[in-house]
Design a protein around this ligand. Structure first.
Ligand SMILES: Cc1cc2nc3c(=O)[nH]c(=O)nc-3n(C[C@H](O)[C@H](O)[C@H](O)COP(=O)(O)OP(=O)(O)OC[C@H]3O[C@@H](n4cnc5c(N)ncnc54)[C@H](O)[C@@H]3O)c2cc1C
Length: 340
């Protein structure tokens, strides 16, 4: 089938902030072959492109001039299953949470801490999604990509994706240059529960669950997330709007001296992750709004669209939050979503 190029497509339903913007040209890809058709297309081939998954890590501040390539590539299958691990291959357009649920239903454990993260499987490596003590990098085996210039397909082993804290090569050198068409996840056996995260441990304790099953960890993560994070179908948002700043011991100690209550976590390399939510709340932003854009009252790391906010208004609020955190703590918060 040939490509269908749609014009002037409203994007409100395609971003979880629910802001208005228009794609001048919009094309859906359902296979790696479709991606190659885009590359070879006389009109689209040379034009700049913007890859769109579920729009859950995206702030649109204007109409999109680039060709929007919407990833609808399906597919879910087990490639290997032996005593040591299970290897699963997932099409980039599959819902991430759907993959976690499917794996659990099939008896393949190991993804449950990443339950309820919105968006597509293909976008998961882009910011190395993570939550409740687990990151995609703990499970990613490899990624299939199609190059937007040459149209060539390649398989990148996880090590080549340079996955870091909410970061990867797809946010840097390969941003907008390579479309991820499929990912492979390796789930090690025997399954070891990841329950070190305080909220998860507390939830399991309250359920008197001393030997958690994968389903119990999944239920814990879903319950915690539902109690803390706004549902984008009810209140537009893109999850955490800022990354937690990572600083060296000297800076952390200086800040700690002035703000002894600040929440920080030691990392393996000797640096510290500071809780951006704590800093934003300390600047008095919890529940504050600017027009339809607001800082969520329960989780100040999340900016929300209370209704009718434009992307530019949400960005202005984000910049005001950044400025006060910088003034108080001397640290510049880095946004997590992609801003267009
Ligand atoms: C309520 C809520 C909670 C969230 N919680 C978490 C969380 O706990 N942890 C976490 O890490 N994130 C979280 N997020 C952020 C978001 O869900 C993830 O970053 C998710 O992986 C984004 O997927 P998406 O398909 O919506 O990507 P999009 O928003 O569509 O795209 C994000 C970026 O990835 C690029 N991209 C998308 N698909 C592809 C592809 N196939 N190939 C190449 N590039 C691509 C896009 O061009 C864009 O730059 C949350 C978001 C919300 C709304």
């Amino acid at each position: 089938m040939s490509l269908q190029i749609e014009t002037d497509v409203p994007l409100r339903a395609f971003n979880t902030f629910g802001v208005d913007a228009t794609a001048h040209r919009f094309v859906r890809v359902r296979s790696a072959r479709d991606v190659r058709l885009v590359v070879d297309h006389p009109e689209l081939g040379r034009a700049p492109k913007f890859i769109l998954g579920g729009g859950s890590n995206l702030l649109l501040t204007r109409d999109v001039e680039a060709v929007v390539v919407k990833v609808d590539i399906a597919g879910l299958r087990v490639l290997e299953d032996d005593a040591r691990s299970t290897l699963i291959e997932v099409g980039a357009g599959e819902s991430w949470h759907g993959v976690v649920e499917w794996a659990l239903d099939q008896g393949y454990a190991g993804l449950e801490n990443l339950a309820l993260i919105p968006g597509t499987a293909g976008a998961a490596p882009v910011q190395n999604i993570g939550a409740y003590g687990l990151e995609l990098s703990d499970r990613l085996e490899s990624v299939d990509v199609v190059d937007f210039v040459t149209g060539r397909s390649a398989t990148l082993p996880a090590a080549h994706c340079r996955l870091g804290y909410r970061d990867s090569v797809f946010k840097r050198e390969l941003a907008g240059k390579s479309l991820i068409t499929a990912i492979r996840l390796r789930l090690p056996k025997p399954w070891v529960p990841v329950t070190g995260y305080a909220d998860v441990a507390r939830w399991l304790q309250r359920q008197h669950c001393t030997e958690p099953t994968p389903r119990a960890v999944f239920d814990a993560v879903c319950a915690i997330r539902r109690s803390k994070l706004p549902d984008p179908s009810q209140l537009g948002n893109a999850g955490s709007f800022f990354k937690n700043p990572v600083v060296n011991r000297t800076i952390r100690n200086e800040i700690l001296e002035e703000y002894p209550d600040i929440v920080s976590y030691p990392l393996e390399d000797g640096t510290y992750k500071l809780a951006a939510a704590w800093m934003i709340a300390a600047c008095g932003w919890k529940g504050q709004s600017r027009g339809g854009a607001a800082v969520h009252e329960k989780q100040p790391l999340v900016l929300v669209n209370r209704g009718g906010a434009t992307g530019a208004e949400i960005l202005a609020l984000a910049q005001a939050v950044q400025a006060s955190v910088e003034e108080k703590f001397g640290l510049r918060l880095e946004p997590e979503p992609v801003i267009v």
